[in-house]
Design a protein around this ligand. Structure first.
Ligand SMILES: NC(=O)c1ccc[n+]([C@@H]2O[C@H](COP(=O)([O-])OP(=O)(O)OC[C@H]3O[C@@H](n4cnc5c(N)ncnc54)[C@H](OP(=O)(O)O)[C@@H]3O)[C@@H](O)[C@H]2O)c1
Length: 329
């Protein structure tokens, strides 16, 4: 049956302007890092995206090597696009990235013009797209001159293969340099994608201030610390959790007694606010207007609906913020 998106999809979501740009993003975006590879259940992947879109999420975030295997999340996304989303293309912001290992040899990693241009060409074929809305350099490359990487991003926009440029995992000083080069080239950076959650606070050491000054949006990834900032690990490791099923990026070694003790305390605080821990963790990011959108992952459609409920209370008292800082420090 042809997918018909919900008529009420834009009613419950908040849309935030991305820096000084013309683009607004849904307060939640959905990432395809996990749960979209050939190893995963295709119908579930499809339902995840339908649920996201039905609930007002307009931004789908990919990368060349999401899967496993590498490339398979983009290929599955291309199939889902054909099956369900082709007629909604203009309602979607689709992003992909290059910067980590993708193919063998010296041209399949890091930040050369050769890698970025050919990787995006491959991504477009896999996703069956003419262009992506945002193309990211996935991480800084200490060996390639920043001018070359930024010139590649500018070229990609001029070729019409991406509408906007983003940077991910760039620290403050290198982000500032990159923004300046991009401005000079005439392709200002739209958005920065850093790891940011109650447990991961490096962006507070100058990056958020820089983004505000420069008019660049911010889309924190792993806002739930891959699931740690939920109540799911409070009583053991559920069989269907990322720790049990994936293990590569999150495994039992991350569930230290110290971490679990913090999760218990945060969970208590969330309950005092009348929220679940997942809601408090997401709301805590969204309370900052410099955060354009939080980039969630989900293994089940119900998790998306659940996470969006965080929008119901995104205000925090000074006392609550102080308590959170004390717990996580
Ligand atoms: N730029 C980069 O370098 C980079 C790096 C990493 C990620 N990302 C992007 O960020 C996206 C999100 O990353 P992430 O998957 O680590 O995000 P996350 O939101 O921190 O974690 C997602 C996981 O948390 C659990 N979860 C989600 N909602 C839940 C809920 N309401 N209640 C209970 N558990 C819930 C699920 O785990 P279970 O599987 O246990 O159910 C889900 O797979 C990625 O898909 C990718 O697009 C970018």
């Amino acid at each position: 049956m042809t997918y018909q998106a919900s008529n009420t999809r834009y009613q419950g979501m908040e849309y935030r302007r991305c820096g000084n740009s013309g683009i607004k993003l849904s307060a939640f975006s959905i990432g395809l890092w996990h749960n979209f590879g050939y190893v995963n259940n295709f119908e579930n992947s499809r339902n995840l995206l339908k649920t996201a879109f039905d609930n007002g999420i307009t931004h789908f975030d990919l990368a060349n090597n999401y899967g496993p295997p590498y490339g398979s999340a983009e290929a599955n996304f291309g199939r889902i696009l054909d099956l369900d989303f082709r007629s909604y293309r203009d309602e979607l912001i689709i992003s992909t990235k290059a910067g980590y290992d993708m193919w063998e040899g010296p041209y399949g990693n890091w930040g050369s013009k050769k890698y970025l241009v050919s990787s995006l060409d491959q991504s477009l074929k896999r996703m069956k797209l003419d262009y992506v809305d945002i193309f990211y350099h996935h991480r800084p490359d200490p060996e390639t001159p920043l001018e070359e990487t930024m010139a590649a991003l500018d070229l990609i926009v001029r070729q019409g293969k991406a509408l906007y440029i983003g940077l991910s995992n760039y620290q403050v000083a290198e982000a500032e340099q990159a923004f300046n080069i991009l401005k000079r080239l005439g392709t200002p950076c739209l958005i920065h994608q850093p790891k940011y959650s109650m447990f991961e606070r490096w962006v507070e050491g100058g990056l958020l201030d820089l983004l505000e000054r420069e008019g660049v949006g911010c889309i924190p990834f792993s806002p739930l610390a891959q699931g740690l900032l939920t109540d799911k690990y409070l009583h053991g490791i559920p069989e269907d959790s990322r720790v049990a099923t994936s293990g590569k990026f999150l495994n039992e070694s991350h569930l230290t007694p110290d971490k679990l003790e913090k999760v218990v305390k945060l969970n208590d605080l969330a309950q005092q606010r009348g929220q679940k821990l997942a809601h408090m963790a997401l709301a805590w990011l969204l309370r900052d207007k410099r955060v354009t959108s939080v980039l969630i992952g989900s293994s089940k459609p119900e998790q998306i609906v659940d996470s969006i409920a965080a929008l119901q209370n995104t205000s925090f008292s000074e006392e609550e913020l102080t308590k959170i800082n004390a717990i996580v420090s």
